[in-house]
Design a protein around this ligand. Structure first.
Ligand code: FAD
Length: 499
């Protein structure tokens, strides 16, 4: 396989040749940007591989130089340049996924799996699995226009994580091209160290070209409900009770978010009702409610006759504000695609294309009430122009062998500050929001919270060492084993390329 530099038309006529686009203008190059819109790094070239061999060839070619790095780019939905390669090669993983069909794998035991390309969007996996086979993976992200390789390199969480585990716990085999340009198939029983290194490995150890994802019969419909709390203590107690129920009496999905006690269309009450649900009646809120309210969101897949009875049994003990209940029965695919509406609306207002200084934190249940007081009800009491997700998950559902860094506590919350501000000057100045994020992280540190940043981005290796804590030396060893020249994922700024 030759590594050829060619224009698009030539590449289309020669499908067996790697397409490499020389970067003429960073502003025109999607690979120099990401969803965050905060940093930009101009690559030397964008490679559009047509096969796994092409991925290997590109990495081998980079290894022959003294300086080239290689970044796999999923859908570029990082917020701090993690999928960029300044002066290096960016592998467009969407290109290779278009040439690799998804495949159903059926074992004699009856177990079903999907073999999917690393560059496939979860949305594509959903539609393929449900439409063609009536099957579906168990664990999702809220938004599905993310790639399989991108979320498996981080974690992949949503309201299913407490019960089914994050996406990194829902994969049984990976095909990976490591930093030496070799393609390896790994699993918990074959090359397990590589398998677990890559999961949550921030792209440091190899490029995921294929993942084998377990499938189960897809539910037809979903009972989807949101309820409102004025008290964080009640909200957290109910959410933690729900995520620790035995699976036969648990919801399939538990999430939640904080919102502002106002009629602001983005930050306030109007953000709560779901399509087909009731109208928000603020007069039902207890007198003396604080500036921040909470919405618990649950869903039960409709697979059994007694689903209404089960729903009722689980909702009855909850201490939400009676009357502030929003329920709808929706199709399974519609439920999983619910964030697409947010995207459409954000594109309409211009906030999709504006910078996204997002902050995602995993924080122990031990500290979440204090975090609520200090951060949600303090620094963020006016909202953030977007969702403030706050929901618990269980550490037991995460395999400690993966590379993901988690807090110590058995129950920890995802706090996701998903800012969708209008572009400046219509919206706030971005640097003020970045400073606010730093102030939140400082508050977590100063108050001694047990927390880890999800989608971390640090500048110094000592910050990375602190992030990984006791897992750092293993992370460094794995880097030396699988990518000794530090070619891969330079945008994470963890290791420097060795000549
Ligand atoms: P990219 O941003 O392109 O890449 C991310 C990192 O992974 C980079 O370091 C890159 O080099 C590496 N990488 C990419 N592909 C591969 C591969 N095939 N092999 C090895 N390394 C690779 N996350 C959640 O967990 N839950 C959510 O609900 C959720 N919702 C989101 C909603 C929106 C609107 C957005 C923008 C993001 C959301 N995310 C969520 C975050 C998302 O998981 C990350 O952005 C993640 O990086 C996946 O995005 P991507 O596929 O575009 O990867």
């Amino acid at each position: 396989m030759m590594l050829a530099y060619m224009d698009h038309a030539a590449a289309a006529a020669e499908p067996d040749t790697i397409e490499v686009a020389m970067v003429a203008d960073a502003a025109e190059c999607a690979a120099a940007r990401d969803f965050g819109g905060l940093v930009s790094a101009r690559p030397a070239a964008v490679v559009r591989p047509a096969s796994v061999d092409d991925v290997a060839s590109a990495i081998q070619a980079a290894a022959l130089t003294a300086h080239l790095t290689v970044a796999a780019r999923g859908n570029g939905h990082s917020v701090a340049g993690q999928a960029m390669a300044e002066g290096g090669l960016v592998l467009d993983m969407r290109a290779v996924s278009r040439r690799m069909p998804m495949q159903l794998v059926l074992l004699s035991s009856g177990a079903a799996f999907a073999d999917v390309p690393g560059g496939a969007l979860w949305e594509e996996v959903l539609h393929w699995a449900v439409s063609n086979h009536g099957l579906a993976p168990a664990s999702w992200t809220d938004y599905l226009r993310l790639t399989v390789g991108g979320t498996l390199s981080n974690g992949g969480v949503s309201g299913q994580s407490f019960r089914y585990g994050p996406q990194v716990s829902n994969v049984v085999e990976l095909e990976v091209v490591t930093g030496d340009g070799k393609c390896r198939v790994c699993s918990p029983s074959s090359h397990p160290d590589l398998f677990f290194a890559v999961l949550g490995g921030l792209g440091q150890f190899g490029v995921i070209t294929r993942a084998r994802i377990p499938l189960s019969p897809a539910p037809q419909t979903v009972k989807w409900t949101r309820v409102v709390y004025a008290s964080f203590a009640d909200y957290a107690a109910d959410a933690e009770w729900l995520v620790t129920r035995p699976s036969e009496s648990a919801f399939d999905y538990v999430e939640g978010f904080a919102f502002v006690h106002s009629d602001d269309p983005v930050n306030g009450w109007p953000s709560v009702p779901i399509p087909g649900g009731a109208h928000f009646e603020p007069s039902l809120l207890p007198a003396g409610s604080g500036p921040v309210l909470y919405c618990l969101e649950v869903a039960l897949y409709q697979q059994a006759e007694d689903v209404d009875e089960r729903m009722g049994q689980m909702m009855r003990p909850l201490k939400y504000v009676r009357g502030l209940e929003f329920a709808a029965d929706v199709g399974y695919v519609e439920f999983l695609s619910r964030v697409n509406r947010v995207e459409e609306e954000a594109r309409r207002t211009g906030s999709w294309a504006a910078p996204h200084p997002w902050l995602n934190i995993f924080i122990s249940a031990r500290d979440i009430a204090d975090f609520d007081r200090t951060v949600l009800n303090g620094m963020l009491a006016d909202g953030i122009d977007g969702p403030m997700l706050v929901y618990p998950m269980l550490k037991s559902k995460w395999d400690p062998n993966t590379s993901v860094a988690l807090p110590e506590g058995d129950i920890f919350y995802l706090v996701a500050l998903l800012r969708f501000c209008r572009p400046y000057p219509g919206g706030p100045a971005v640097n003020e929001l970045v400073e606010q994020n730093s102030a939140i992280i400082d508050a977590c540190r100063c108050n001694g919270y047990d927390f880890k940043i999800y989608f971390p981005h640090y500048r110094t290796q000592s910050d990375w060492a602190a992030h990984f804590g006791s897992k750092w030396s293993r992370f460094v060893d794995r880097k030396a084993r699988y990518d000794p020249l530090a070619i891969l994922a330079p945008g994470q700024k963890i290791f420097s390329r060795t000549p």
